[in-house]
Design a protein around this ligand. Structure first.
Ligand code: FAD
Length: 318
């Protein structure tokens, strides 16, 4: 079932959903099931599965020169989605990127999803590869998520890349896109970011999932600004429970989000990461309660492959 149909069916009741990462290459699907099993009693209508593009690594040769290798550490997004739909009878939502995909690759990826009965996708640009500073579009690929959304919308109308294909089958994807309450790191301003978010909706996106945030007022301001900008699609808040001392620096650096002073002080006081994890759970419970009271359609948790803290939060909220 499509995400927008889940929203309609829930009749204003906030539902529990979460995102998982494919395991590192070399592990099997059991590691995914072990993370998901403790969360299924909270009846998630869907589970998101992230997509991880290739990385470049450089190996030093005996003559001192560097040799470039292309590796993918977390392949398997589509296979995992198919496995989840089959095992748990839940909608699995693969993320799909511009980076690393030609338009032809995108079309073939979408055809695979359609054949597997997967009718939801989250369409993203993706980040720059780790060894580069700026995102570079793949040759014959898309530069921005709005263009990717446009291609998916075209396929939903039966428009394939090869114009000569006759009597085409139409896909039926519900399309999610990203939104950034504290603006995307490359955007010159929140208004400019919202301008381009609107382009994604105009290109056919059905709903928005936000980047993590730790201060609900940022989300509520974002919701209001979206409304003012004429963005009326449902907005799903993404929440990540704070979990380690290292994240005090890592999260603002990696995701360009602010941490409230009260949270920072509580984390600094902790003696070890077990205590930090507990602080993170309590903070996220309090965020979740307020958002639920505000009537958001889903609370969407970033699990990062670990579910014990998400389970504690779900027990308190759902
Ligand atoms: P876009 O919407 O294309 O925006 C990128 C930047 O360009 C923004 O600053 C925007 O304002 C600007 N912009 C947009 N259109 C234009 C235009 N026409 N002209 C000029 N500027 C423009 N990454 C992964 O690799 N895998 C994942 O599975 C994944 N899942 C994610 C899920 C969520 C909910 C979120 C919030 C992020 C996720 N990401 C993932 C990270 C995401 O790929 C990065 O944040 C990336 O840098 C931007 O992707 P986007 O789709 O938001 O880009």
């Amino acid at each position: 079932m499509k995400v927008i149909d889940h929203i309609a069916k829930a009749e204003d009741k906030t539902q529990f959903t979460f995102e998982i990462l494919p395991p590192l290459k070399g592990q099997n699907i059991q590691s995914i099931y072990s993370a998901i099993d403790p969360l299924m009693e909270f009846n998630p209508p869907f589970i998101d599965v992230t997509y991880h593009r290739e990385e470049y690594v450089y190996k030093e040769l005996s003559n001192g020169l560097l040799e470039k290798h292309i590796i993918r550490k977390r392949p398997g997004t589509v296979g995992i989605c198919a496995a989840l739909q089959h095992k748990y009878n839940v909608d699995a939502i693969p993320h799909i990127l511009c980076g690393g995909f030609t338009k032809e690759d995108t079309e073939n990826f979408l055809i695979d999803l359609d054949f597997l009965g997967i009718d939801n996708v989250v369409a993203l640009r993706g980040d720059a590869v780790k060894s580069e500073v700026y995102f570079k579009p793949t040759k014959d690929g898309h530069a921005y998520a709005s263009e990717l959304v446009g291609q998916i919308t075209d396929l939903n109308k039966g428009i394939y890349l090869d114009e000569e294909i006759q009597n085409t089958s139409k896909t039926n994807f519900c399309i999610g896109v990203s939104g950034y309450p504290e603006k995307h790191m490359e955007a010159p301003s929140l208004d400019s970011d919202l301008h381009f978010l609107k382009k994604k909706i105009e290109a056919g996106a059905d709903y928005v999932v936000t980047q993590m945030f730790f201060d609900n007022s940022k989300f509520f301001e974002f919701q209001a600004k979206c409304k003012d900008a004429g963005i009326n699609a449902p907005i799903i808040p993404g929440l990540k429970p704070f979990a380690t001392l290292k994240q005090l620096n890592a999260l603002p650096h990696r995701f360009h989000v602010d941490l409230p002073e009260e949270l920072i002080k509580a984390v600094i006081k902790c003696k070890d990461n077990n205590q930090v994890r507990q602080v993170g759970i309590e903070w996220c419970i309090s965020q979740s309660k307020e958002l639920k009271n505000a009537g958001v359609p889903f609370l969407h948790y970033y699990s990062m492959g670990k579910s014990d803290n998400i389970r504690s939060i779900a027990e308190a909220i759902f």
